[in-house]
Design a protein around this ligand. Sequence first.
Ligand code: AMP
Length: 215
Amino acid sequence: MFKDSDNEEGREDVTEHGGRIRSFKHERGNWATYIYVPYQACDEFLDLLDELVSVAADHKVSMHKMSEFHISQSQTVVLRHHWINPFVQSLRDRLRSMSRFHCIADRIKVYTNQEKTRTFLGLEVTVGMEHLMEVVSDVDQSLQEFDLQTFYPDPSFHVSLAWCVGDAVGKLDGSCLKELQKALDRFENSETLTCFYAEEIRCKTGNKTFCIPFQ
Ligand code: AMP
């Protein structure tokens, strides 16, 4: 429906946020955009993160801690500036009646980006996936309306905790993964820290963030 016929010549450019690097065609008026459910980290969660990063370091993987935490509900897409308001309105129309829901993210899992240039340590969601799938389905419809790429067909919802350059899956999987899971399970209050409510969805586009609260 909202295809953009503008056909400026562009060059590859890169956006980076918390180790997530994506290249996109640089054109004036192109805004890197992604949609997510935020996770509010408390001090204890940051202590847990220190512990997990030190377990990874014991396995010779030096990881950078994320500075903010969330569950992605889209890939990073590129939105033309004049489509920002109609796109956010489309998200609001679809998502405004969604109720807040309970999530648990307590399974350590290792991810890479598609190019395998970054590795992420994440907490996979084990409770709340059905609701997150509903959100993604609504978000995907808005993305399709604007001819933008939809989310993974087989999403693994997670909160990324830390990242490193390159493909470190071989080093982090196996015995390291087991130790990381043990460190999480025995951490004081880990059950409370991995349990939270999804209360809103956010759309970050360029330097603007739009919030859509759930009921
Ligand atoms: P995020 O913190 O949400 O940006 O996710 C970190 C990385 O996980 C991204 O670069 C995603 O491409 C990657 N990823 C790999 N497989 C999946 C999957 N099945 N579902 C969601 N994200 C994935």
